[in-house]
Design a protein around this ligand. Structure first.
Ligand code: NA7
Length: 551
């Protein structure tokens, strides 16, 4: 009896092994901006690749975040892929800052144009990935139990893709419609005449609030921390302008590669103290009147590192808020007091401040009157009970490492990535992790961030270069070394010193009060600027991938 049971188990084990035998050269998790391009590049190498995507379609961030008002804060023409001249010739951007439907269309167009879909498996959430040293491969499990085996595991899971609901009692008891902005339904939500609540005032809320306020019967915004915002100044792109953009693509992309954040905006070489107060004011006015992130990324070089300089731009924007909001008590609530301008990710807005002049919009400062609970009919604060038809949770993400934490990733000896990173991420170049051989992260923690596709294209190309190098030499095991990780982590930590943004709670410093263990600020991002990041990665590659353990 015992013997036959053992035999059955062996047969099962053998058949699992057979199923798992080197099914794929590479599994890519995520069919967003970086996953799509990674698939394209690995196909060029002739690899057998499978992309697993949770959504029913491609696009990642631009598939999920379909809330009203969702759009780029990067100039559209700086956001598209640069790798295909044909694609650049064919695609016309309709708006300076494309709305979500346009971007989702674009990414679907890319998937079709390059015939990517045949290797993309949608409706497939990866729940676990375990490294097997005997076969130098990864055993990947989907939420529905299906399992696959792959030599390489490539994470293309984004930076802001693990949404978080607020930890407020009674969320599940609400009887009306409610939704986190990330999981917005595909069918339009009708706000006409409805009583709507928005919780949160980050970049997402700042985009959605003016849209919802257009038709809502009454909109109540629950604000915990106001953010400094600046005007987006969106506009249509006509045929003539698109022709000019197309002719300028080489310059546009070259410029993006020169700037720290891969945006078209470069910091002004002057310090605030090097100009007269009149010149400074005129420069701030000019930036405030211009589209996009110029006021954040193209401002005087010291505003994000020098307290006095930062106070000057903060005062300027505070004055703008006071001018734009009629009720000065409301204006004061909207002006951040605990952090300076640009030290959190800058939300760009379209008539955000004017919304608070509308009779159907109300701002509730939940520091004064905390939310006690969500009730079946609405929201109860310490001061009042509000009735709502719809509650919108614009409460953000477990950023940067959150999407890794949600997959049971285990490396050598079953060690969990989540445990390894419990005190903060440790990587080599933001791409490799010691103890997790053959796992490569596209846009991982401690890698150069910024205008996403610009940074992602580089990451994908570097990862592809490493895979080509290993393949050409018959190497089947790629791992970071302790020395490489220590060196990179020290470098990233040192760069983070002196940056005002690293002294503030935000998703950029890994703080999310809705997630256990994420209350402590950490250096989560590479802040040496993308040109320096690329130089570091290029040097490693040029030196035969020094400091990596290849076998
Ligand atoms: P953010 O910028 O992290 O904003 C989340 C907002 O939700 C922020 O205002 C939070 O207040 C608020 N929040 C979170 N939890 C609560 C609770 N429990 N109660 C009240 N308010 C809460 O996320 P977004 O989605 O807006 O933007 C993320 C990025 O996506 C953005 O930067 C772009 O890069 C695209 P807090 O500030 O924590 O006090």
């Amino acid at each position: 009896m015992i013997a036959s049971q053992a035999a059955v188990r062996n047969i099962e084990a053998d058949s699992i092994k057979a199923d798992l035998a080197a099914e794929f050269d590479a599994v890519i998790i995520g069919a967003g901006v970086s996953g799509l391009y990674q698939l394209y590049k690995l196909r060029e190498l002739g690899l057998k690749v499978r992309v697993f995507e949770t959504g029913t379609g491609v696009g990642g961030t631009w598939y999920w975040n379909r809330y009203p008002g969702a759009r780029f804060d990067s100039e559209s023409y700086s956001y598209g892929y640069s790798f295909s001249q044909e694609l650049l010739e064919e695609w016309n951007w309709a708006e300076r800052f494309a709305p979500q439907p346009e971007t989702e269309r674009y990414l679907n167009y890319v998937a079709d144009k390059f015939d990517l879909r045949r290797d993309i498996q949608c409706n497939s959430r990866v729940s676990a990935a375990h490294y097997q040293e005997e076969t130098r491969s990864w055993d990947v499990t989907l939420e529905d139990g299906r399992r696959y085996c792959t030599r390489l595991l490539i994470t293309a899971i984004g930076v802001l893709s693990a949404p978080t609901m607020p930890r407020i009692a009674g969320v599940e008891t609400f009887q009306g419609q409610s939704c986190h902005t990330h999981y917005w339904p595909k069918v339009p939500v009708d706000f006409a005449g409805k009583r709507v609540a928005v919780i949160g005032t980050g970049a997402t809320a700042v985009q959605t609030i003016p849209e919802v306020a257009k038709t809502a019967g009454h909109l109540t915004v629950f604000q915990r921390t106001p953010n400094w915002c600046a005007p987006l100044h969106n506009g249509k792109i006509g045929e003539e302008e698109m022709r000019r953009i197309r002719a300028n693509y080489p310059d546009i992309f070259a410029r993006c590669l020169e700037t720290p954040g891969c945006f078209i905006h470069n910091p002004d070489p002057r310090a605030t103290s090097e100009v007269t107060p009149e010149e400074r004011e005129a420069f701030f006015e000019k930036l405030y009147a211009e589209p996009g992130f110029g006021i954040w990324q193209g401002n005087f070089r010291d505003i994000l590192v020098d307290r006095k300089a930062n106070a000057l731009i903060s005062d300027f924007v505070a004055r703008k808020i006071r001018e734009r909001v009629k009720d000065q008590a409301v204006a004061e609530k909207l002006i951040p007091k605990n952090h300076g301008f640009g030290t959190r990710r800058l939300p760009l807005e379209t008539r955000y401040y004017e919304v608070y002049n509308q009779p159907n919009v109300e701002l509730v400062d939940i520091n004064e009157t905390p939310i006690e609970r969500i009730t079946p009919t609405g929201i109860k604060t310490s001061d009042a009970e509000y009735a709502f038809d719809i509650i919108i949770y614009a409460t953000g993400f477990d950023a940067i490492t959150g999407s890794f934490d949600r997959i049971d990733i285990r490396g050598l000896d079953g060690r969990r990535l989540k445990d390894k990173w419990s005190a903060g991420p440790q990587t080599h170049l933001g791409i490799l992790v010691e103890g997790f051989p053959n796992m490569l992260m596209v846009m991982g923690p401690h890698a150069g961030l910024g205008n996403f596709p610009r940074a992602a294209e580089y990451s994908v190309e570097w990862v592809t270069g490493l895979i080509r190098f290993a393949r050409d030499r018959g190497l089947t095991r790629i791992e970071a070394t302790p020395a490489g990780v220590a060196q990179w982590t020290d470098h990233v930590m040192a760069l983070g010193e002196g940056l005002l943004a690293n002294e503030i709670d935000s998703w950029m410093t890994g703080v999310n009060r809705n997630v256990e263990g994420k209350q402590v600020r950490r250096i989560m991002r590479y802040s040496g600027g993308h040109p320096v990041f690329r130089a570091c990665c290029d040097a490693v590659a040029a030196d035969g991938y020094r400091d990596l353990a290849l076998a």
